[in-house]
Design a protein around this ligand. Structure first.
Ligand SMILES: [Zn+2]
Length: 244
């Protein structure tokens, strides 16, 4: 399916470790990010909401629960991942939830040591998302923010999951395991996916052979920040974990 000469690249801007440390100011514009892919996820300046990028269109769920269609190419993001869909493996899944994705699915597709993109659509019996509330300077740690994030649920909602799988060894660069966002077909409901279940979903999987990690080197907070390695993994699990 995949030619030997074909490179599939996941482009990431910023790191989860830096975001954990409270570097939440936007450091890449939407316009620059979209040069690297039409599909992806992220958050805006000040950790303002949950972003879903689908076919080059940018949607932002904010902590009121409202979903904005973002067309300002100068808006900035501190942390985002995008890719250009290619070499897709078609998926047709029955009885899907995080338990099945974390279990059989990861084993069947041999994801343990690779980065992958997941795209699933259909009608979901239940969806629970959280939406990060916008923070003001001086920024708190992501762990502090995670304690007070609003959650929203919908039942019987048609929509799309977009997100990524990352190997555990990269778990300080980005979220290890699945990091998925949801967007409803009516574009009225979205967020960082905490729980879901669906009887039948279709979509596709893409395995990346290349990770392009971009750093905000002009950002003084990033350059001067210190990461607390002793508590990093636990903090990430508490703030970014899904129900594994
Ligand atoms: Zn997220």
């Amino acid at each position: 399916m995949k030619g030997n000469d074909h490179i599939n690249t996941l482009y990431e801007h910023g790191t989860l470790a830096s975001l954990m440390a409270g570097n939440m100011a936007g450091t890449i514009t939407v316009g620059d990010l979209l040069k690297h892919g039409s599909t992806g996820i992220g958050t805006f300046d000040g950790l303002d909401g949950e972003v879903i990028i689908l076919d080059g269109e940018v949607y932002q769920a904010v902590s009121s629960g409202h979903v904005n269609h973002v067309t300002d190419m100068a808006a900035k993001m501190p942390f985002a991942s995008v890719h250009q869909p290619a070499d897709l493996t078609k998926l047709d899944l029955s009885t899907v939830d995080f338990t099945s994705l974390n279990g059989d699915f990861v084993h069947q597709h041999e994801l343990g040591n690779v980065f992958a993109a997941l795209h699933l659509t259909g009608t979901f019996d239940h969806v629970k998302v959280r939406i990060a509330p916008k923070q003001e300077k001086p920024y708190p740690s992501l762990l502090e923010v995670a304690k007070g994030q609003p959650t929203f649920t919908r039942d019987g909602v048609a929509g799309t999951i977009i997100g990524y799988y990352a190997p555990d060894i990269f778990g300080s660069v980005t979220a290890a395991g699945w990091h998925l966002h949801f967007l409803s077909d009516d574009r009225q409901f979205a967020g960082h996916l905490l729980e879901f279940n669906a009887a039948h979903l279709t979509g596709d999987l893409e395995i990346f052979d290349t990770l392009e990690q971009h750093f905000p080197v002009a950002d003084q907070a990033f350059r001067q920040g210190e990461v607390d390695l002793a508590t990093l993994r636990d903090s990430i699990a508490q703030s970014e974990g899904n129900h594994q």
